[in-house]
Ligand binder design. Sequence first.
Ligand SMILES: O=C(O)c1ccccc1NCC(=O)[C@H](O)[C@H](O)COP(=O)(O)O
Length: 285
Amino acid sequence: MNSRTDLAPAVASILEAARERPGGDGLVDVDARSLPDALARAEADGRVPVIAEVKPTSPTADGTRDDDPVELAEAMVAGGAAAISVLTEPTHFGGSPESLTRIRDAVDVPVLRKDFVLEEAQMDVVEADLLLLIVRFVDVRESDDSRASQNAVRSDADLEGLIAAAHERGFQPLVEVHDRAELETALEAGAEIIGVNNRDLARLEVDLETFESVSPHARQASDEVTLIAESGVSTPADVRRMREAGADALLIGSAIMDHASDDSDVAENTQRLVQAENRANGGNT
Ligand SMILES: O=C(O)c1ccccc1NCC(=O)[C@H](O)[C@H](O)COP(=O)(O)O
């Protein structure tokens, strides 16, 4: 499990750092705010359900935003975000568990911990309403030896076990996939909230067709699953495109953070995307 040949160097480095990060001291016990309820509230208000991401920087960002994370999250909620995602990865994304705790204390919407959790103990670092589990990095199938050896930066923990461990702590696990095979793995493991990442973590290229190609299979398999389109959504037209392809919600970071501009208005950026289906204002194009 050591070859990293098919991963972008930045991702190999992210995973190396993740493997070194310690777990927490005891099991966290979360009284989670429901994501499906928050998405339904947004729909009822005529807002596109957007999970807005506090992402100070990233390997593909145009810069770094040093704003207070709490002010950013409050601006996102003011702009209509249904939930907040917080990068807690410190080395490559400028995040921290402390920022997440401050944000969760300040807002009343569900908060996702966005990190590269590889082991159960790493769940116990901070309370959040949702916890990200990335299939590519946590699941090795016995029948999938060739892929396992190629992507060897995975953990030894199995997805089903991590989903159970997340539920045991009160988290709602958001299980991230990138292709149909990973979708099958997620569904077999019992995932109820599935994110399809348009960003290929091998090449860091973004293609909105990824969601379009995976989404119908998720819907065919289950009406119950909450389906989230992740990454690469920049414009109101992109929002409509993902919604037409079946997204119950969108996870949006870069277009809201607008890393290239220090004083870009995060509330306005959020509102423009949240109102994308509002015909009264032309859907903001
Ligand atoms: O965003 C990156 O540069 C990145 C690089 C390497 C691994 C993961 C990365 N992003 C994680 C994410 O999933 C995104 O932060 C999230 O989906 C929002 O994407 P976007 O709207 O494109 O910022």
